[in-house]
Write a protein that binds this ligand. Structure first.
Ligand code: TEU
Ligand code: CA
Length: 546
C-alpha cells in the first residue's frame, strides 16, 4: 500500500511565486529560496505548474518542449538544485504533465503542418462539412474548437486555445512519447505527477452535439482508463514512491473511482470541480451568483461517501491557479478575513482525501479586484471580456464578473512582505500585485502566532498525528443545517467531530453525542462543547475522542 494519506501538497505557480533574477517573473531559484518557508508550513510535496519551454499563451499549459526548461524560469542546473534542496528537507516535487495537447509551436505540430504524415497523426486533422468545422464543439476558452488550415483544407482540434492542439492518443506513438517524458523526469528525481485535463484525452466520436458544447464526446471516454493503465505500467508505476493526481474536467464519481482505485493501477487520486461551480448561474461560469451552500454540502457529502464506498481517493482543494481566491468567494475577505479563511481551511483539510494548498492561500490572499482590462493577463478572461461585450453587457457588469471569476485572481504575485511589489520582485511584475499586500503578507503572518499561516501548519500537523484524519470513515452530520457544514470521521473507536459555520452570523446547532470530546483546533477562543451549541460567525472547531 502506498503511503500518501498523511501528506499535504502545496501548489506553486512559479511565474508568480518569487523572482530572483530581476525580470518581474518568478523562477525556479525563487522556489529554492523559499524552501524553508514551505518546510515551516509543513508541505510534503510541491506541485509546480508547467515551466517548460512555451510561448506562454496559456502560461505554460501550451508546451513547446516537455524536456527543456523555459529560460525565463531558469536552467536544468537550477532545477536539479531545487530537487536536491527539497529532498534534503524531505519535500518531493510534483510536475505538471500537460498531455491532452501541445503548443502549436511544438516540433511535432510544426512537422505536421509541414505535411509529415507521421506527425499529422499525432493530432486531429479532419475535413470540414460544407465550409463549416467538422463538429460544432466549443473551445473551453470560447469559440469553435476547430481551426482551419488552408494548406490541407482541413481543421485541427483545440479544446483550449487555438495554440493548444489536441494530441491523438489513439496513436501508440503518441502514448510512447508521453511515457518517455514521465520517465525522463522520474530519473531526475521527480516523485509526483499531476496530469492536466487527463480525462479528455480520448475522443470517442466526432459528432455534432445538439444538446451541449461537445463535452460528452470527449469527456471520461472508456479508453482513458486503458491509456492511464498503460502509462502507469510504462512509467511511474515502476517506482514505489510516486504520487499521481489527475485533473478531471466535468467528471463523475463513478469515473473518478475507476481512475483512483489502487487495484486499477491508474492514478492515486483525482481532482474534480463540482464544488467550485456552486456559484455558477445556470452552470455558466461567466455569471454572478451567491454560492449555493446546500448544494456545496450535498456535493461534498456525495463525493466523500461515493469515493469512500467505492475505494477511491479524492484530492481536496479550494484554490488553484484556475480558481478565484476562496476567502473572497465563500468566505469574507473584510470583517471576517481571518476567521473565514481558517474555517474554510479546516472544513476542507479534515475531510477524507489529500489536501492541496495553493500559494498564498495560507496567508488568506484575496481576489485581485482589477478594474481595467489592461490589468488582466489570462487568455480566458480576455476572450470572455469580448464575448460578454458582444452579448451586450455593460463594462461595469463585465468587470464585476471578471473580478469574481477571472483566473488572474489566483495569479497575482505571492505576498512575501510589505516592501516594493510585496517582496516578489524589485522589477515591475508581469501581473500587478494586490494592493492589500501591506497587511496580508508572509512576514506579518510568521510574526503572529494567531495567523492564518499557523492555522494551516496546525492542520498539517494534525493530519500527521491522527490516523483518523488520514484513514477515518467520513460521516455527514447536521445535513439539514442552512449554515453549518459538519461531519464526523471514524476509525475504530477514534472519532473526529468537525463543525464549520459558513456565515457571518451565529448558528445554533444541536448535537446528540458530545461525550469525552477534547478540542483540537478552533479559530475562536475556546468554548465548552455542549449539546446545544452556538457557533460564532465563521467559527470552526475540531474535536477528538479515542
Ligand atoms: O485546466 C482545465 C480546465 O478545464 C479548467 O480548469 C479551466 O481552466 C477552466 O474550466 C476555465 O474556466 C487545465 C489547467 O489547469 C489550466 O490552467 C489550463 O489552461 C488548461 O488545463 C489547459 O491546459
Ligand atoms: Ca525571474
Amino acid at each position: 500500500m502506498k503511503n500518501f494519506k498523511d501528506k499535504v501538497v502545496y501548489q506553486i505557480y512559479p511565474k508568480s511565486f518569487k523572482d530572483t533574477n530581476h525580470d518581474g517573473i518568478g523562477d525556479l531559484n525563487g522556489v529554492t529560496e523559499k524552501l524553508d518557508y514551505l518546510k515551516k508550513l509543513g508541505a510534503d510535496m510541491l506541485w509546480l505548474t508547467p515551466f517548460f519551454i512555451s510561448p506562454q499563451n496559456d502560461n505554460g499549459y501550451d508546451v513547446e518542449n516537455y524536456y527543456e526548461i523555459d529560460p525565463r524560469y531558469g536552467t536544468l542546473e537550477d532545477l536539479k538544485r531545487l530537487i536536491h534542496e527539497a529532498k534534503k528537507r524531505d519535500i518531493g516535487l510534483m510536475f505538471d504533465m500537460v498531455f491532452n495537447h501541445t503548443s502549436t509551436h511544438h516540433e511535432w505540430f510544426k512537422k505536421a503542418m509541414a505535411g509529415d504524415p507521421y506527425y499529422k497523426d499525432f493530432y486531429f486533422f479532419k475535413k470540414g462539412k460544407d465550409h463549416q468545422p467538422p463538429t460544432n464543439w466549443e473551445s473551453k476558452f470560447g469559440g469553435n474548437a476547430w481551426e482551419y488550415v488552408e494548406a490541407f483544407d482541413e481543421y485541427y482540434l483545440h479544446l483550449f486555445d487555438v495554440t493548444q492542439a489536441d494530441l491523438n492518443w489513439e496513436n501508440p506513438n503518441v502514448r510512447k512519447e508521453m511515457a518517455k517524458i514521465v520517465n525522463y523526469w522520474l530519473e531526475l528525481g521527480v516523485t509526483g505527477f499531476r496530469f492536466d485535463v487527463i480525462n479528455l484525452i480520448s475522443k470517442e466520436s466526432f459528432e455534432d452535439d445538439f444538446t451541449g458544447v461537445g463535452k460528452r464526446f470527449y469527456t471520461d471516454c472508456k479508453k482513458v482508463n486503458d491509456y492511464l493503465r498503460e502509462l502507469n505500467e510504462h512509467s511511474f508505476g515502476r517506482c514505489q514512491h510516486t504520487m499521481t493526481v489527475g485533473e478531471m474536467s466535468a467528471t463523475t464519481i463513478e469515473n473518478c473511482l475507476r481512475y483512483s482505485k489502487q487495484e486499477n493501477h491508474e492514478l492515486d487520486m483525482t481532482f474534480n470541480f463540482h464544488h467550485l461551480k456552486v456559484d455558477y448561474l445556470n452552470k455558466e461560469k461567466w455569471t454572478l451568483m451567491p454560492f449555493d451552500f446546500k448544494e456545496l454540502k450535498q456535493l461534498f457529502n456525495d463525493w466523500q461517501i461515493g469515493m469512500q464506498e467505492g475505494g477511491g481517493w479524492n484530492a481536496l482543494f479550494w484554490c488553484c491557479h484556475d480558481q478565484p481566491r476562496i476567502v473572497s468567494r465563500f468566505g469574507n475577505d473584510q470583517e471576517y478575513h481571518r476567521e473565514s479563511a481558517k474555517m474554510l481551511a479546516t472544513s476542507i483539510h479534515m475531510m477524507r482525501g489529500t489536501p492541496y494548498i495553493y500559494q498564498g492561500e495560507e496567508l488568506g490572499m484575496t481576489n485581485a479586484y482589477f478594474t481595467d482590462l489592461k490589468q488582466y493577463r489570462d487568455v480566458e478572461s480576455i476572450n470572455h471580456f469580448h464575448i460578454l461585450k458582444k452579448q451586450g453587457l455593460s463594462d461595469d457588469e463585465i468587470y464585476a464578473i471578471l473580478q469574481s471569476k477571472s483566473r488572474d485572481n489566483a495569479r497575482t504575485p505571492m505576498q512575501w512582505d510589505h516592501t516594493l511589489n510585496a517582496g516578489f520582485s524589485d522589477q515591475t511584475p508581469w501581473i500587478e500585485v494586490n494592493s492589500n499586500y501591506t497587511q496580508i503578507n508572509a512576514e506579518e503572518a510568521l510574526k503572529d502566532p494567531n495567523s492564518i499561516f499557523y492555522h494551516y501548519t496546525k492542520l498539517i500537523q494534525l493530519r500527521k498525528q491522527y490516523s483518523v484524519i488520514q484513514e477515518g470513515e467520513y460521516i455527514p452530520l447536521l445535513e439539514n443545517s442552512n449554515q453549518v457544514f459538519a461531519y464526523l470521521r471514524r476509525l475504530g473507536s477514534k472519532m473526529l467531530l468537525v463543525l464549520n459555520n459558513f456565515y457571518p452570523k451565529e448558528a445554533a446547532i444541536q448535537l446528540e453525542d458530545i461525550a469525552d470530546y477534547e478540542l483540537l483546533l478552533s479559530n475562536y477562543p475556546k468554548q465548552p462543547l455542549k449539546k446545544e451549541l452556538i457557533l460564532r460567525p465563521y467559527e470552526s472547531c475540531v474535536y477528538y475522542r479515542e
